[in-house]
Design a binder for this molecule. Sequence first.
Ligand code: UTP
Length: 293
Amino acid sequence: MAITQAILPVAGLGTRFLPWTKSVPKEMLPIGNQPIIARIVDECIDAGIMDICFVISHGKEMIPQFFYEHPELEAELEKRGKLEQLKHLQKYDDANFHVVYQEEQLGDGHAILQAADWVNSDTVAILFGDDLFTGERSGLQQLIDAYDLLPEDERGAMVALEDLPEEAICHKGIVDIECDHATIKNLKTIKGLVEKPKLKDAPSSLGIVGRYLIPRSTFDVLPTVAVGYDTSHSQGAAETLLAAGYQEIRLIDALKSQLGSVPIHGLECKGTRLDTGTPEGYVHAVQVLGVLG
Ligand code: UTP
């Protein structure tokens, strides 16, 4: 069963990049001559996914706009013989882009939930904009390849994993492994998930990194897993939100509540992951990808 749809939640406030993100989304920061988000969309298209839904917030319309056809510019490039540039622009012509809004930033799961009505397939890919992968096969491609090898009755959710250094464990969702998969290399059966544990409480050093395949049933679970706003996220504002009774919905909590009823696997991905979610991580990504292209 081919995976044909992907949701890209890009509605976050991007507070770590302020003041830049006051007017320009962090996903539009350039690496070479393309924005970060184009690399994520390319990852989808290269994996054969042509139905892409952006979850955006007001003011982030330039993200989908980047991918829309621009007939006047294309005609002008053709007239001027700039065919290489024209080819770049036309790369996205065959993809279908859809946009939904997340009116309040109430977590990654809440963002995904906004796209529930758009989903018409049994399994959908989720790609978060902060994580980029380098290497022979993208993170998404590696997940899809492993998913395709799974027997039908073992297919459920699948997450990309990375063996994290100690200092990163308290910032990520960490998995508790039941066993290695009998036949598929680097694939693990997951029996537990812990969001941002203290190092001493972490069940392993394997953290979830930016790419998921989720079954449609996860959309039914998401509304049921709202929790008090996580104060470890964005300092200051979080306390106010918590005091105001705000809740957030996290994808990891939905998957956690599906453990036991839906098979959940984690794939330790090959290649290097680059975290563009912080200014330091972004600078590093520019250095690495500037060399690799
Ligand atoms: P982050 O946790 O990095 O949040 O979200 P952020 O708002 O982008 O950045 P900071 O923490 O304020 O600096 C991870 C991904 O989830 C999306 C973000 O756009 C990003 O791609 N997200 C997060 C949403 O779409 N909506 C949310 O409510 C939260």
